[in-house]
Design a protein. Structure first.
Length: 314
């Protein structure tokens, strides 16, 4: 054809492999090839093969591998951030269709962490039972010392606890409840006659805490220093809230608590003083992304609707 240029159709890429994406998201969470292989029930070489195939498809490395660690590259972090909501959406869509086929019956196990949360929770349960009478609701208390394991281990389907929860496999719903922060202390404490306290007042105090709380939760609610940099000494004492309050009332230290304590945990030798410079505790619903069911999602929607008119929301 004498020099006539012919257009060449673009080379067709192989269809996207769902297993590549599952492998990538699991490795991005574990950052360990062996644990990733165990979770996916495949061999270590198969994990490497899937990741290399995805990296060829993307055209850039997604992980930096050394003999000591595996870390996401900037491209890997971008891919995880953009994939997560879509991956979660696919899992939730499958859960909704599956439950639609099976019905919304069965059992829904719901956890809570505080008395005020339980009040709202019971209102939500009543509303949910009205629209889903075939679903049995089982309620269980979740302790501060073990906030996530019951959900992670499948003992609970959805739980209503304090924020934050910073766990890669856990989905956080909207904030449903807020409660002001107070300082709990013995009635003989030097601050017991104050109308309000500030974070600066905690300098050099012994701040008693529940054992087993995750670091990110402590960072949010139990500062290690005041705004001016003066230290606040942390003391982990017990796994039970009532025991901690007994120690506070005995003058062993102070603790940071939600204002609901004045109503649910009054003691003659215990005083609760509001903070004037700390944000309130926030409570929300949490569930596992991989096991989200239509019952879980329906309960979360009901809770959001009920919470909008719940008198304790502030």
């Amino acid at each position: 054809m004498g020099g006539t240029e012919r257009s060449v159709p673009p080379r067709m890429e192989a269809p996207m492999n769902w297993q590549e994406l599952e492998t990538f998201l699991t490795l991005a969470e574990e950052l360990h090839f062996g644990r990733t292989a165990e979770r996916l029930h495949v061999s270590g070489p198969r994990v490497s093969q899937m990741i290399k195939a995805l990296e060829r498809r993307v055209g850039a490395p997604l992980f930096e591998r050394t003999s000591r660690q595996v870390v996401l590259t900037s491209f890997g972090r971008q891919l995880r951030e953009e994939l997560d909501p879509h991956h979660r959406g696919v899992l939730e869509a499958l859960a909704r269709v599956t439950d639609s086929a099976r019905g919304l019956g069965g059992v829904l196990r719901v956890g809570f962490s505080s008395p005020l949360a339980s009040e709202l929770l019971m209102t939500v349960v009543e509303a949910f039972r009205t629209t889903h009478p075939n679903c049995e609701i089982q309620i269980r208390e979740v302790h501060l010392s073990d906030r996530i394991n019951p959900l992670r281990n499948g003992e609970i389907d959805i739980q209503f606890i304090e924020l934050p929860v910073d766990e890669p496999e856990i989905v956080c719903g909207p904030v449903l409840l807020r409660d002001p922060v107070v300082l709990a202390m013995s009635s003989e404490h030097r601050l017991a006659q104050r109308e309000t306290v500030s974070l600066e007042d905690l300098a050099d105090e012994h701040l008693l805490m529940i054992e087993g709380m995750p670091g990110y939760f402590i960072d949010r609610h139990f500062p290690v220093s005041t705004a001016s940099g003066r230290p606040i000494r942390h003391v982990s004492t017990t796994t039970y809230w009532q025991e901690l309050l007994a120690l506070v009332a005995a003058g062993e230290g102070i603790t940071i608590a939600a204002a609901q304590g004045t109503r649910y945990y009054p003691r003659p030798n215990l005083v609760y003083i509001p903070f004037d410079d700390l944000p309130p505790f926030e409570y929300g619903l949490f569930w596992r992304a991989e096991t989200a069911s239509a019952k879980v999602l329906a309960f979360a929607q009901t809770a959001q609707r009920v919470a909008a008119s719940f008198s304790a929301v502030r």
